[in-house]
Design a protein. Structure first.
Length: 523
């Protein structure tokens, strides 16, 4: 028999246990609810992370596209800027009225080189020519030996392929001036149009600067490639320690008109007299192909296959220097090169049988100056007067606004219409230098085609049309382009050298800017 007090105590304890159990159940339920909430929140966080990663990737891609679009627009804007502004249109009868063609140079105005300026003194490491050797201005001094008491504002490494070897040619005190921000290091790749690729030359440039404790802000990389800045700007290597500034300079265009400044008018008159006195051209086209490149070979094989070879004067460097390493390529080896051309594989196969006959021709040179890049001489090559138009094969056919070289200028300064096998919007770049092109003589829609294969086919279709055209009709078409060819020859021989001297070169020098300590290279 349980006593009442003891029974009461047991009942009370049991109540406590029941309460504790209920509290435990409530706590367990709350923990379960919180656990479910935590799982839900973790899922939300995971989803947000995925969305953030997607958004970040999209933002990076959008920024990359924005930079590329801005760079392309800058290139197009630069190309669209024309320094040629005729003050009056030439008379319809261009044969008798050519002396009345007027240009900006016919108006007196002060020269841009007048007035006091602080000279740019460039020390060029090595014997190679640099772009500064062609900027012939009184405020630009080029040294290859350190002049006592001189303080160079720029150290130039020309053709920066072997950086350490060329760097050893520069005096130690000049490197110290660069480290102190008193001079600028210029990597002069203005003779190249090599696009930027991760792990390419700029990786070596950044390593070179780090080894010499030079801030990238103290260096400038000069190239012909208008897409270089955008591609380099998207490379993480430009983020780590800061980017090297990049500038564009068309060295080969500068080379083409170098030296014609003083005698340009006389050369124009001689060339015009020869052009107007020519008879019916015995051949249809002229094409220089001194350096063997795959797309040039493909074009020549097409001409052979379609029976157009004998319609033109064609130079060919021969396969003995057909590979980048400088060694010769046999027919089978070059067939593999053509088969591997991106986008052109099916175009190569039908014409490969022509490699043997093309190789058997050896090296075909049209004159002693054939293949020289430096200067255009309109009075030393009769081939222009023996042909109706030029087929110009540029160094490359890329899918973007890239560069132009001296090759199209040879035709333009030699009173020739032309078809240009070049990169996207190459004709637009030529117009940016003030030249007129030949829409009407041919359909120049090929220049607006970004796909290289499609552009090649469009340009070739125009070449084929002219090769199949009746001779009398072709002569009439050539005569219709007379006003344009006369304008281009005078513009290139008489005006463009001055434009370089007074506008293009000073603009470029201003872009080189000041050193980090504020010392001006050019006033």
């Amino acid at each position: 028999m349980i006593r009442i007090p003891r029974l009461a105590a047991l009942l009370k304890a049991r109540g406590y246990v029941l309460v504790a159990r209920e509290e435990a159940v409530r706590s367990r339920n709350e923990l379960a609810r919180l656990g479910r909430g935590l799982v839900h929140e973790r899922a939300k966080v995971a989803k947000l992370k995925v969305r953030l990663e997607v958004a970040s990737g999209a933002a990076v891609e959008l920024e990359r596209r924005r930079r590329a679009a801005l760079a392309e627009q800058d290139a197009v804007d630069q190309a669209a800027r024309t320094w040629a502004s005729p003050l009056e249109e030439p008379a319809p009868d261009a044969i008798t009225a050519w002396p009345r063609l007027r240009f900006d140079s016919d108006v007196d105005r002060p020269s841009i080189v007048d007035g006091p300026t602080k000279p740019l003194r460039a020390f060029v490491a090595g014997a190679q020519d640099s772009l500064f050797d062609f900027i012939r201005r009184p405020d630009v001094v080029v040294d290859r030996a350190l002049t006592p008491g001189a303080a160079p504002t720029h150290l130039v490494i020309a053709r920066p392929l072997d950086l350490d070897r060329q760097a050893a040619l520069a005096p130690a005190e000049l490197w110290e001036r660069i480290r102190l921000g008193l001079a600028t290091l210029v990597f002069d790749a203005s003779g190249e149009g090599v696009p930027h690729r991760p792990g390419g030359p700029m990786t070596s440039v950044h390593r070179f600067l780090a080894q010499r404790q030079i801030a990238p802000a103290q260096a400038v990389y000069v190239t012909q490639d208008r897409g270089f800045a955008a591609a380099y700007g998207n490379d993480p290597i430009s983020f780590a320690s800061g980017p090297v500034r990049s500038l564009v300079y068309d060295l080969y265009v500068r080379w083409a008109v170098d030296g014609v400044d003083a005698g340009g008018d006389a050369r124009f008159r001689r060339g015009l007299e020869a052009h107007l006195s020519r008879g019916v051209e015995p051949l249809r086209f002229l094409s220089f192909n001194h350096k063997v490149r795959p797309l040039r070979v493909l074009l020549l094989l097409r001409l052979l296959a379609h029976g157009f070879w004998d319609d033109g004067l064609i130079s060919f460097g021969g396969f003995e220097a057909g590979l980048p390493q400088g060694r010769g390529a046999d027919v089978d080896e070059y067939a593999q090169i053509l088969r591997s051309l991106d986008g052109f594989q099916d175009a190569a196969e039908p014409v490969l049988s022509g490699l043997g006959p093309l190789s058997a021709m050896g090296r075909i040179m049209l004159s002693v100056t054939d293949g020289q890049q430096s200067r255009v001489r309109v009075d030393d090559l009769a081939a222009y007067r023996e042909t109706a138009f030029s087929v110009v094969t540029e160094t490359e056919m890329s899918d973007r606004v890239h560069r132009i070289t001296e090759k199209p200028l040879k035709a333009l300064l030699s009173f020739h219409p032309m078809i240009l096998f070049g990169s996207y919007r190459s004709l637009t770049l030529l117009k940016g230098y003030g030249f007129r092109t030949f829409d009407g003589f041919v359909d120049e829609g090929y220049d607006e085609e970004p796909d290289p294969r499609r552009r090649f086919e469009l340009a070739y279709a125009e070449l084929e049309r002219l090769c199949r055209m009746d001779r009398a009709e072709l002569s009439r078409l050539v005569e219709s382009a007379l006003e344009t060819v006369v304008f281009n020859a005078r513009w290139g021989l008489c005006e463009l050298p001055r434009i370089f001297r007074e506008q293009i070169d000073p603009d470029f020098l201003r872009q080189l800017g000041t050193t980090s300590r504020g010392e001006k290279g050019v006033g």
